[in-house]
Design a protein around this ligand. Sequence first.
Ligand SMILES: Cc1cc2nc3c(=O)[nH]c(=O)nc-3n(C[C@H](O)[C@H](O)[C@H](O)COP(=O)(O)O)c2cc1C
Length: 149
Amino acid sequence: MKNIIYISDISPEFEMDMLPQILKSAQQRNSMNNITGMLFYGSGHFMQSIEGPDEEVRELIVRIGKDKRHRNIQIIANREIEHRMFPNWWMGLSNMDDRVLLSEEYCELIQTNLDDIEDSSEYEAAVLEFFRDFCEYVGDESESWQADA
Ligand SMILES: Cc1cc2nc3c(=O)[nH]c(=O)nc-3n(C[C@H](O)[C@H](O)[C@H](O)COP(=O)(O)O)c2cc1C
């Protein structure tokens, strides 16, 4: 299985009311391709983790890369995994502009100028830790949590 994490900037074409539609169609399509993951939105950026079969994940990241609703997509992690981090979500969504939990950590990661980073593996590790912390906090409440996201 493969896991890809990227960060992007929203484009001028993006509007807030597009988020529910992006999520709904992502969930429908991902469920057919056995892809799970989490999409963070906030401070004018997206940060998304997608996980699933190699070929499907590769195909999806190409499709997402062509989407005009965001731009400047930067791959943070592209790795082989044995276990999914988000096995229960065809795609979860967290609007970090509306959340207190981990929002500081999110902003710190998202505001890092990736051109200034000397050791990209350190940044990748920090992003992975953010995702793990998120999983830990959300825990068993994922079902109800997702409903109000
Ligand atoms: C931030 C963001 C995240 C997205 N995540 C997914 C996703 O997880 N799965 C998916 O099928 N499409 C996702 N999409 C939508 C795809 O980019 C694309 O529009 C959609 O799959 C339809 O592709 P098509 O027009 O080539 O058929 C996302 C779009 C954006 C802007």
